[in-house]
Design a protein around this ligand. Structure first.
Ligand code: CAA
Length: 282
């Protein structure tokens, strides 16, 4: 790939992580968000993440400054017009993403439009875009700087050239790509989120405490964190919406969301981001 700038749309947790790994790899990044204060928070969080690496002697102070200098912030979508690839990491709202794909595809003739969606259909996003063959899924995992996987999701309309360029970009970022068809939940979430949902059923039934459910999977299956702690990291609202996508997409009762998970979302207990989920965070 030539070394043109990469655009990132959305400066939330995933957008921040994606922008960080892009800038760390030597790419110029244009991070877009509608909210100026969110961009400021994103820059501060990325700066803190890089500072931790400096503290651990994994990055020099100069490299940290150079990485931050490659991170551009903008509230204007037009600023992404000459990017080689634009990675959309906006909230998982279908209408919002469809509008973004319409707008981005009319803005740029050449850019590949990649979505970090965790559950929406890439084929539908491609269908609203002016260049559907350039639309593809590029799904990262949280925390993005740590986890090596990128799912590359091919919409019905995606060209081989588009898939090849996104696989090359993933490799450039030090990630490993797996190729996935446009199927609800793709691969990793289809396995992970029903496990989380089942853990919520165990808790609801009183079969074990939250701490013991998590301990069981950490020590019994060598998972780095238990399913309920993982739900708190991902966000309970995100987990619920992925279960709903699986249930709608497959029509199979095995994907019914756990009532406890629904109640917790209704209560606003969304996990780490609200300070309370299955566990409490100070
Ligand atoms: N950003 C950058 N680096 C981070 C980080 C973050 N947010 N969180 C942890 N790290 C780094 C730490 O600095 C540390 O680095 P070193 O080894 O170089 O010192 C390393 O990761 C390990 O961290 P810790 O020692 O603090 O803690 P840990 O060993 O318990 O690891 C964890 C924490 C990386 C989060 C680990 O528990 C883990 O991998 N958990 C599973 C996460 C997972 O499954 N994510 C997928 C969610 S699904 C998803 O994202 C897709 C979706 O669509 C919903």
């Amino acid at each position: 790939m030539d070394n043109k700038a990469i655009g990132v749309v959305g400066a939330g947790t995933m957008g921040q992580g994606i922008a960080q790994v892009l800038a760390s790899s030597g790419r110029q990044v244009r991070l877009y968000d509608v909210a100026e204060d969110q961009l400021e928070r994103a820059e501060a969080n990325i700066g803190k993440g890089l500072a931790r690496l400096v503290d651990k002697d994994k990055l020099s102070e100069d490299e940290r400054n150079a990485t931050l200098a490659r991170l551009g912030k903008t509230t204007s979508l037009e600023a992404l017009a000459d990017c080689e690839v634009i990675i959309e990491a906006a909230p998982e709202q279908p209408e919002l993403k469809e509008k973004l794909f319409r707008d981005l595809s009319s803005l740029s003739q050449d850019a590949i439009l990649a979505s970090n969606t965790s559950s929406l259909s890439l084929t539908r996003l491609a269908a609203v875009s002016e260049r559907p063959e350039r639309v593809v899924g590029m799904h990262f995992f949280n925390p993005v700087p740590v986890l090596k996987l990128v799912e590359v999701i091919r919409a019905e309309q995606t060209s081989d050239a588009t898939v090849a360029r996104i696989e090359a970009l993933a490799e450039e970022l030090g990630k490993t790509a797996v190729a996935v068809a446009d199927s609800p939940g793709f691969v990793a979430n289809r396995l992970l989120v029903p496990m989380i949902n089942e853990a919520a059923f165990l808790l609801q039934e009183g079969a074990a405490s939250a701490a013991d459910i998590d301990q069981a999977m950490k020590l019994g299956a060598a998972h780095p964190m238990g399913p309920l702690a993982l739900a708190d990291l991902i966000g309970l609202d995100v987990c619920l919406s992925i279960m709903e996508v699986l249930q709608d997409g497959f029509g199979d009762p095995k994907y019914r969301p756990c009532p406890l998970l629904k109640r917790m979302v209704d209560a606003g207990y969304l996990g780490r981001k609200t300070g309370r989920g299955f566990h409490i965070y100070e």
